[in-house]
Write a protein that binds this ligand. Structure first.
Ligand code: ZN
Length: 245
């Protein structure tokens, strides 16, 4: 595998062997987070035969200062925006858990909800937030919903989704246990894997701009400038975990 100057492996192609199912589940806290974290990868790998699915844990109901918007209207808008963004990228489907935005806690219900989706989708790879970082580069706070989502997604991968005695009622309903092989964590200071998305950066921008209640074009353009490397490249960086079971 080629590596960049820092020695971080760069994978322009699919990181699975021929016999592995090319399916990924992106577990995000809010509508738009999956696109910030992994839109370029989702688009790029989908073109290489992967199936991507999004799971959004909260209803996004705190994501606006517009007093004219009712809570339900905002929820409905953000759902549609996330579906529109997913369609841009070739993401197969979007699932919503509708936990209340800003009030996510690492409880049994959230864990069971994510385990159920993993058992339904049976993904080779799970993408999610970094649960470990609280303060980001001394200039920002990693949203509590992001931390809780990342932690619950990782706990769902191991051991909950794998073992039949966890949430046995799901097994009784006919779902199968599932072993996720790889976890990709965005926003981690311990990134060890990069996907070069330079050639598809327009698709990431288009996906982000589908979230019309959240961003305007100038904001996304400014973000892109900030994310651009000195060489003019764009990457999505992850801490990749290759599960050893
Ligand atoms: Zn978020």
């Amino acid at each position: 595998m080629p590596a960049n100057l820092e020695g971080i492996p760069v994978a322009p192609t699919e990181p699975v062997d021929e016999n592995s199912p090319k399916r990924a589940l992106v577990v995000a806290a809010h509508p738009d987070d999956a696109d910030f974290g992994a839109a370029g990868t989702a688009y790029l790998w989908s073109r290489q035969g992967w199936e991507f699915y999004y799971l959004v844990c909260t209803d996004g109901s705190k994501g606006s200062d517009d007093e004219s918007l009712s809570r339900q209207r905002l929820i409905d808008m953000r759902r549609q925006e996330q579906r529109d963004a997913a369609a841009v990228l070739g993401v197969k489907d979007v699932f919503f858990l509708d936990h209340v935005d800003g009030e996510l806690t690492p409880n049994r219900r959230l864990l069971g909800d994510i385990v159920r989706l993993i058992r339904q989708v049976q993904p080779h790879a799970v993408f999610t937030h970094d649960p470990e970082t609280v303060i980001v580069n001394d200039v920002f706070v990693n949203h509590a919903d992001h931390r809780v989502t990342g932690l619950a997604a990782i706990d769902a991968v191991y051991p909950a989704a794998r073992d039949r005695l966890n949430f046995p009622e799901q097994i009784a309903e006919g779902l199968s246990t599932h072993k996720v092989s790889q976890i990709y964590i965005w926003g981690s200071p311990q990134a060890n894997f990069e996907v070069d998305i330079t050639d598809v950066i327009d698709k990431k921008i288009e996906a982000l701009l589908a979230h019309t209640s959240q961003f305007e074009a100038d904001f996304v353009k400014a973000l892109m400038e900030r994310w651009k490397s000195p060489e003019g490249r764009y990457v999505e960086s992850y801490r990749r975990v290759l599960m050893g079971f």
